[in-house]
Design a binder for this molecule. Structure first.
Ligand SMILES: [Zn+2]
Length: 398
């Protein structure tokens, strides 16, 4: 059972600061009066917070605008240079790093080839990318919030327990975040690629301002990132959303997990490339992949036909289980392929209440394209620093 606790002023202050940042991030520049209206905070509280956030350079004042009556109105917006974040992504054949500002814009990017690295090989490479990003792009280092890393893995509370879709040697129970943090000297946050992508879309993409949505990450495998009632939902062992191993076709194709008919075996990128005859997608540029997809003809249709019904079933299940405002499709799948799949999904299964008018479509395609996981990784420290955490105001009753 939970109750509202009104005693911890410091937590309430931090919560209110986050609420103000979130209101501006969602709506664009706002005056103090508009902020007070939107957040239901008093004008005095908003004024104090705005002054403080302007002082710490997270907000910046725009040009005062003349009002019909009274004082000119000053709009406040997010100051892109108020904070920075590094995002890292490790896959089997490449490691990528970006540095983004507080508005989510990429200011530098570094990509290096790797070959199925062990953790002892990968950690110095990742730390090296983080260090090189900071020399490539000159900025006030004291404004670096931290490093976020996205990995396609299964997780335990301390780190990764295995990397899917093909488990890499040596990663079992390796404490990625703490080992990397030792080398980079700033906080390191780690999430699976679907959760990181969901956060990226929540901060900067199509899910901005949404309180409940599910992000379907289509990559080597398929996973779901769940942002529900204003929170990330991660499950008791951080593995919520591992829906790639949900049985979509009873007694269907055998899956490496030991079951038959898993969603992964029909919808994932690996399966799409198999149908398209692409043996080594890592060696192809996006243009080359697009050309193959454009000229694939019936082999693409064969994959789409096999993928569409399991996808509809998955979306139906996610809607029934979590009642999200929308389901966002994205991942490392080339956008041209993702668009084709998205177009084939209609008609979706009949919703539980078909008469309810919808403002937001049932499915949306993510805004961040193929870079969605790395941008999501960079968003992790910013999210952790600025997203309102509604549970800080609630304490469990013993
Ligand atoms: Zn499986």
């Amino acid at each position: 059972m939970k109750a509202i606790s009104g005693t911890n002023l410091e937590q309430a202050k931090s919560h209110n600061r986050r609420v103000v940042i979130e209101a501006i991030r969602t709506n664009g520049p706002l005056s103090r009066a508009a902020l007070a209206r939107l957040t239901a905070l008093s004008t005095q509280t908003v004024s104090n917070i705005v002054e403080e956030l302007e002082g710490s350079k997270l907000l910046k004042a725009g040009t005062p605008q003349k009002a019909a009556r009274g004082q000119p109105i000053t709009p406040y917006s997010i100051n892109p240079n108020g904070a920075y974040s590094v995002g890292l992504e490790l896959e089997r054949h490449h490691a990528v790093g970006v540095i983004t500002d507080l508005s989510g814009s990429v200011r530098a990017r570094i990509e290096r080839a790797v070959d199925r690295p062990t953790p002892t090989e990968a950690i110095p490479i990742l730390a090296g990318i983080a260090a090189d990003l900071q020399t490539t792009f000159r900025f006030d280092r004291s404004r670096l919030l931290g490093v976020g890393i996205a990995m396609p893995g299964r997780y335990a509370s301390e780190g990764v327990t295995s990397l899917s879709p093909v488990t890499l040697p040596g990663w079992q129970n390796f404490p990625v975040a703490s080992e990397l943090q030792r080398l980079v000297g700033v906080p390191v946050l780690i999430e699976n690629d679907a959760t990181a992508a969901a956060i990226g879309e929540r901060l900067y993409g199509v899910a901005r301002g949404l309180n409940s949505f599910v992000y379907l990450f289509l990559g080597g495998g398929i996973g779901a990132g769940m942002f529900l009632d204003g929170h990330l939902y991660k499950g008791s062992r951080n593995n919520a959303g591992e829906i790639g191993h949900m049985i979509a076709v009873p007694n269907g194709k055998l899956c490496p997990c030991g079951k038959r008919g898993c969603l992964d075996r029909y919808v994932s990128l690996g399966m799409a490339y198999k149908h398209l005859g692409i043996g080594d997608p890592d060696s192809c540029s996006l243009e080359e992949l697009d050309a193959v997809i454009d000229h694939a003809g019936t082999s693409l249709d064969v994959w789409l036909d096999a993928a569409v019904e399991p996808m509809r079933q998955t979306i139906d299940f996610l809607e029934l289980a979590f009642d999200p405002q929308t389901v966002v499709l994205g991942g490392s799948m080339p956008p041209s392929l993702l668009q084709r799949l998205a177009l084939r999904l209609e008609p979706l299964h009949v919703p539980v209440n078909p008469t309810t008018e919808r403002v937001i479509p049932r499915i949306m395609v993510g805004a961040t394209g193929r870079d969605t996981a790395i941008l999501g990784a960079a968003a992790l420290p910013i999210f952790s620093e600025t997203n309102p955490q509604f549970d800080v105001l609630q304490i469990p009753l013993s």
